[in-house]
Design a protein around this ligand. Structure first.
Ligand code: CO
Length: 321
């Protein structure tokens, strides 16, 4: 995608703030000195069989970029691809799941667009707002910061196993609840405490999104292989070779900027590279605010895993220990 984007005509609109923020989670467009719009879009084919749950997960996933930036989602637009041979009740269920999640976010569905498609696809375009001085971006990780992840890893492994019918939805219930959970509460917790930087973990996996933050902040991230949290059954699936294609793409693309791979167990590398659907926030927090953040996340009902720290090593790289 980067190869395509760099060939497009450049936009010199001074209100497009995201142009100066490498790997920003959302487009950032300044409206007034006190207000920026945050815009983000995502859609995909079903990750679960239950259409209501698929809609809820798709909405949580699409809303996540605005939350990673400490923004407040205000509107959502549906994007639907749907085969005319399928029962229209399935689409109703997808949209119900999604709309309830958008309402939980305090946002409003303002419309959408649908096309006929061979395979169902669903996602949303989200618009949020933030104060330009209070938004959180991929810039700002400081050496000495701790790295906190708010959801376990392994959704790519588990949804691949679900498609292969090796696991059923009951067996991956914990991961489904995790994917469905809004990053809203974790985002409000980090805003209250004040953190250095944040991004959310989605398709590029922990490896890709962490490296983007390292690159934007011009720091190295040290990740402790044995502290990566995993959803139940994810490691079993990795060990049985039920690994999604995206894991290999992420590995190929990002591993040149990672040192210490050889000292890690295979399942750590699988978790690190596993593409996530509606993953957690990766928060860089100053050491003196770590306890405050952990308390705030716990009060919010979220998990918090300390997976590493920020250091002075080569900018834009990751060290595994
Ligand atoms: Co993101």
């Amino acid at each position: 995608m980067a190869q395509v984007l760099c060939q497009l005509p450049q936009n010199d609109d001074p209100n497009l703030l995201s142009r100066d923020i490498p790997c920003a989670d959302a487009g950032i467009y300044q409206i007034t000195p006190e207000l920026v719009l945050l815009q983000s879009i995502d859609f995909f084919t079903p990750v679960v069989d239950d259409p209501y749950l698929f809609g809820a997960i798709a909405a949580s996933n699409a809303l996540s970029d605005v939350y990673a930036m400490g923004g407040k989602p205000i509107t959502a637009m549906n994007m639907v691809g749907f085969p005319n041979c399928l029962d229209i009740d399935i689409l109703t269920q997808i949209l119900c799941g999604s709309t309830n999640k958008v309402h939980e976010a305090g946002a409003t569905v303002v419309g959408g667009h649908s096309i006929e498609d061979e395979e169902p696809k669903f996602g949303l375009a989200i618009t949020g707002t933030a104060h330009p001085d209070r938004m959180i971006t991929t810039l700002g990780c400081q050496p000495g910061d701790l790295l906190v992840l708010t959801k376990p890893l392994g959704t790519g492994l588990l949804t691949t196993s679900l498609k292969a019918k090796v696991l059923n939805e009951q067996q991956i219930d914990v991961a489904l609840k995790g994917m469905e959970r809004l990053n809203r509460y974790a985002s409000e917790a980090m805003l209250k405490v004040g953190v250095s930087a944040c991004t959310d973990i989605t398709g590029f996996g922990l490896i890709g999104h962490a490296l983007e933050m390292a690159d934007a902040s011009q720091v190295r991230l040290t990740i402790h292989g044995d502290s990566l949290p995993d959803y139940p059954h994810a490691i079993d699936m990795a060990e049985n070779g039920l690994v999604p294609e995206g894991r290999f793409r992420n590995h190929r693309h990002y591993i040149p900027r990672v040192s210490g791979e050889e000292g890690q167990q295979q399942h750590v590398i699988d978790l690190l590279c596993d593409p996530q659907t509606s993953g957690g926030l990766l928060i860089s927090v100053p050491a003196q605010r770590l306890d405050q953040l952990l308390n705030a996340l716990q009060e919010a009902g979220d998990q918090a895993f300390i997976i590493g720290e920020v250091d002075h090593g080569p900018a834009g790289t990751m060290q595994l220990i």
